[in-house]
Design a protein around this ligand. Structure first.
Ligand code: SAH
Length: 356
């Protein structure tokens, strides 16, 4: 592979960082702002097209910097309007992101890592194993690439529910959020986490925090540890204590994601135990019927829709707000837990076993 381009990728720089990067060029400070606006407000990603800048400045910029989006290796549109993107990064790592239009809003589901080390047993990304942290430019790049390709003009919601654990890459996530803040408010951004207590405590100290979704999936440590090895390090009592001390703005609630697996964690008693566990927390529950995949345990299946509905009503009877996550992008393997890294890990597997 060609050696990576050493020029810094401007896509990952905040306004302040861009001003600092441009300082050695001796230009007035408003130039950095013009450049930032061109990239982030007008999505002009080619120096040559920034005609508000002088020709010599455009040449000087192109010599020292670049503006590179992740390459689109594949794109699959689902019948329901969801589009899954496979991006190839400069080192050959691949990540996925999903564009999910709904009637009233548009949500991009993006990745924070190429792969995931947490090895949750129900998750295809975890099955393929650890990869690496994404850089701020790679995180912003997923969003900007989809905004450009899908010609998105309106407001966007972002969920870090693609590949990886955002709390294991908090520095880059924080920088990416700072870069996107003028165009996508942190209030419209959700970090979904498997529940890493040190990351939660660090996030609690941010002056402006995104919304939090916590993958819970079981009402007791025995079953949660079986599903999620991370629970052995941060068991439920510690996780819930971290959430109780987490500063929550007025009228906001934590979201808890709860995977429903038939016969494993979907009994009425489990709903009551879940409600008891969340007692005293401002919480809402998002129920996710398990999405099967050939690499996941074959004995696991989603419950019948009536059971999902019964679980939800039981939670509501205990005073909790509960929603059922719609399956989106199912026909192109873009549904939750179906995002996988390709490249090295995938070699040796038949193509038909993969999602492309
Ligand atoms: N690491 C983060 C974000 C990635 S997973 C986290 O753990 O939350 C995003 C969501 O998809 C999580 O709630 C996860 O539990 C869910 N998910 C993973 N595999 C799934 C599957 N096979 N079926 C349904 N949801 C799944």
């Amino acid at each position: 592979m060609a050696s990576p381009d050493p020029r810094p990728n401007l896509l990952g720089l905040t306004r302040e960082e861009m001003a600092a990067a441009l300082a050695p060029l001796g230009e007035p400070t408003y130039r950095a702002r013009q450049l930032w606006d061109a990239i982030h407000l007008r999505l002009v990603l080619d120096f040559a097209a920034m005609t508000e800048l002088s020709r010599p400045l455009r040449a000087a910029l192109a010599e020292r910097f670049r503006i590179t989006l992740p390459a689109v290796a594949d794109r699959h549109a689902s019948r329901d309007g969801t589009t899954k993107y496979l991006f190839r990064l400069e080192d050959g790592a691949t990540i996925e992101a999903v564009d999910i239009p709904d009637r009233h809003r548009r949500t991009l589901c993006i990745s924070s890592q190429a792969g995931c080390a947490l090895a949750c047993r129900f998750c295809v990304t975890g099955y393929w194993g650890a990869g690496r942290n994404l850089t701020p430019a790679e995180i912003v790049g997923q969003v900007w690439a989809i905004r450009t390709l899908a010609a998105i003009e309106g407001r966007l919601n972002l969920v870090f529910m693609g590949m990886g654990e955002p709390l294991l890459n908090l520095d880059a996530v924080r920088s990416a959020l700072a870069v996107m803040a003028p165009t996508i408010s942190p209030r419209r951004i959700t970090l979904s986490t498997a529940g890493l207590v040190p990351g939660l405590d660090e996030l609690a100290r941010w002056p402006e925090r995104p919304h939090l979704a916590v993958s819970l999936h079981a009402p007791d440590d025995r079953r949660r540890s079986e599903l999620m090895p991370v629970n052995r390090t941060y068991p439920l009592a510690e996780l819930l204590a971290a959430l109780r001390r987490f500063p929550l703005e007025p009228r906001r609630r934590h979201t808890f994601e709860y995977l429903l697996i038939a016969g494993f964690n979907d009994a009425d008693g489990d709903a009551s135990a879940l409600a008891a566990l969340l007692g005293g927390l401002r919480a809402k529950v998002n129920l996710i019927p398990f999405n099967p995949d050939p690499v996941l345990p074959a004995e696991w299946q989603p419950p019948a829709p009536e059971r999902v509905a019964a679980f939800r009503s039981r939670l509501e009877r205990h005073g909790l707000t509960a929603t059922i996550r719609k399956r989106r992008g199912d026909d192109v393997n873009a549904a939750c837990g179906q995002l996988r890294a390709f490249g090295r890990a995938a070699r040796g597997f038949r193509r038909s076993q993969l999602s492309f």
